[in-house]
Design a protein around this ligand. Structure first.
Ligand code: PHE
Length: 348
């Protein structure tokens, strides 16, 4: 073996013993660098006669290429080893069991909301919704509660720091009753001049009051009912509401009571109380809804003639009905997000 072949082998074994890239670069310099072995041999060429110079030069070049290739092979294998190490460090254990997927469920209040909609649809009511941020006129004034009227203090209100076109602050609606006004006015406009069918609608949704205890939450749900026609009476209210309760609770042994009350937007007004005739709540009157015959001033604000159009409205709390249907004792349970509570409603 020639001296040059020895040199190549020596470089190869030196390179392959190295495992750090920086060390490899130092080793490279010892062979191929400015004062490296190969460079030194090249310099010696100058002293040879032309014939020998060419031969020797070609041999040195060959050795140089051999060393360069050995260097490249080592660089490649080091890069590959590093890649493998990185991949191994990031490995995913595919034999681990998966985390699984939790099925979602409907909130009990939403379940009631959907039941209420489908029951009222089945007896010919439309379903409407509208803004939760309401203007003062629609929430109060149009419903016969003028500015500074003491009846306004029945509902403690959240105001928004924005004024409407009349210069009144906007507010979070305190009840769904403003939907009576919105729906009725749109209905009257739509049938202007033509034969107007009855206004027959429910409007479920969120409502807000400054109120918080075991039976009141600052955000709660109501559904408004409104039926206006030329011959709609409180007997229709009684029939409609009785039918609704029987269907909602899936039982007929329920007694209703209409207890005289006061609302600015109805006259006469009533609280609807109900009583189960059997079961754990047997014999207890439970207040579930405000109701009454729509006040002539409100009918006028609908854009209708109260001498001709008459009817009833009611507004019921959805939480309240849900608590009675499922036997929930504290309304706040609905809003603390405790899955142990909520999961109980996922299977009907
Ligand atoms: N808006 C009333 C309330 O929230 C309920 C109600 C609605 C009463 C419709 C009469 C008629 O207390």
């Amino acid at each position: 073996m020639t001296q040059l072949q020895d040199l190549v082998h020596q470089a190869e074994s030196e390179f392959s013993a190295i495992s750090q890239p920086a060390e490899l670069e130092n080793a490279k310099a010892r062979y191929l660098g400015k004062s490296g072995v190969i460079t030194g041999l090249m310099k010696e060429l100058a002293q040879l006669p032309p014939e020998a110079k060419r031969e020797r030069g070609a041999a040195i070049n060959l050795a140089k290429q051999g060393i360069e290739q050995a260097l490249q092979r080592r660089r490649d294998s080091m890069a590959e080893a590093e890649l493998h190490a990185r991949l191994a460090a990031q490995a995913i254990d595919v034999t681990l069991p998966g985390r699984g997927q939790q099925g979602g469920g409907l909130h009990p209040v939403v379940r009631s909301w959907m039941r209420i909609e489908s029951i009222f649809r089945s007896i010919g009511f439309d379903v409407a919704d509208g803004p939760e941020i309401e203007d003062d006129w629609t929430n109060f004034t149009a419903l016969n509660s003028p500015q500074n009227h003491p009846a306004r203090s029945m509902q403690d209100t959240f105001y928004v720091d924005v004024q409407d076109a009349r210069g009144q602050p906007l507010l979070l609606r305190t009840h769904t009753s403003p939907m009576q006004v919105r729906y009725a006015r749109a209905h009257v406009k739509r049938y202007a001049g033509a034969d107007m069918p009855d206004i027959k609608v429910i409007a479920p949704g969120r409502t807000y009051r400054v109120d918080s205890d075991a039976t009141h939450s600052p955000m709660f749900h109501q559904f408004e009912g409104l039926w206006i026609g030329e011959n709609v009476s409180l007997a229709d209210l009684k029939g409609t509401y009785t039918e609704f309760l029987h269907t909602f609770f899936e039982r007929d042994d329920i007694t209703l009571r209409f207890r005289p009350s006061y609302f600015p937007f109805t006259e006469p007004s009533a609280e609807i109380d109900m009583m189960f005739d059997s079961g754990p709540l047997q014999g207890r009157w439970l207040e579930i809804s405000g109701a009454g015959q729509v006040h002539p001033n409100v009918v006028r604000n609908f854009g209708l003639d109260p001498e001709r159009h008459i009817g009833f409205a009611f507004g019921s709390g959805i939480e309240r009905l849900t608590m009675l249907r499922y036997g929930v004792g504290d309304l706040r349970q609905f809003y603390v997000g405790d899955l142990r509570f909520l999961e109980q409603f996922n299977s009907d």
